[in-house]
Design a protein around this ligand. Sequence first.
Ligand code: SF4
Length: 229
Amino acid sequence: MQATVFSELFNYDIGEAKRMTKEKLALEVIDRLKKEYPDAGCTLDYDQAWKLLVSVRLAAQCTDARVNVVVEDLYAKYPDVASLAAAEPEDIETIVRPCGLGKSKARDISACMRILHEQYADNVPTTFEELLKLPGVGRKSANLIMGDVFGKPAIVTDTHCIRLCNRIGLVDGIKEPKKVEMALWKIIPPEEGSDFCHRLVYHGREVCTARTKPYCDRCCLADICAKNI
Ligand code: SF4
């Protein structure tokens, strides 16, 4: 039914498309990106929740690909929460330095693992509020954990999400991550949020790029995008 409504809408010109409500626009973008990237998921490798906590901290200002390589060495030496909690931050720093910001990342990872070990029996806390209290964990990371690990509603406002949502017209000139998140909560069905944000990452890397002119000519959203570039 939704598809029928939108196909009727899209028979109009781009001006009409721009007048779509943000909610309808969001649903259509979700639908198209699902078709374009059906299997999009988190690009950080992890097989246990605590490892995603570590990786997401390392991923700040670093590529996921590099993080995925670096953590192999880290987990070879420290295979569980207890061993990483017992490690000195300086020893962690030696391994994670290739991800950049080694000192602060190592300090946060160490403090975070010590809290998991001492307060959560080596488990990752399951509420957003508890996650936010962990060292080095901000709203983006907490949302990622909630969505990917616990399957809960989540909006992960990383750089791709913020850039694309502004360009597409899902938000208007909002750059601050928390404000973008709050705006998206109003228009994205909660159960769609996590996968939607993963798909924005894929689309942001492959089509709606940051460092080159976006490839609007081969974009599946071209006829509905506000193109606020
Ligand atoms: S039409 Fe262009 S600006 Fe809009 S989402 Fe696609 S690539 Fe980005």
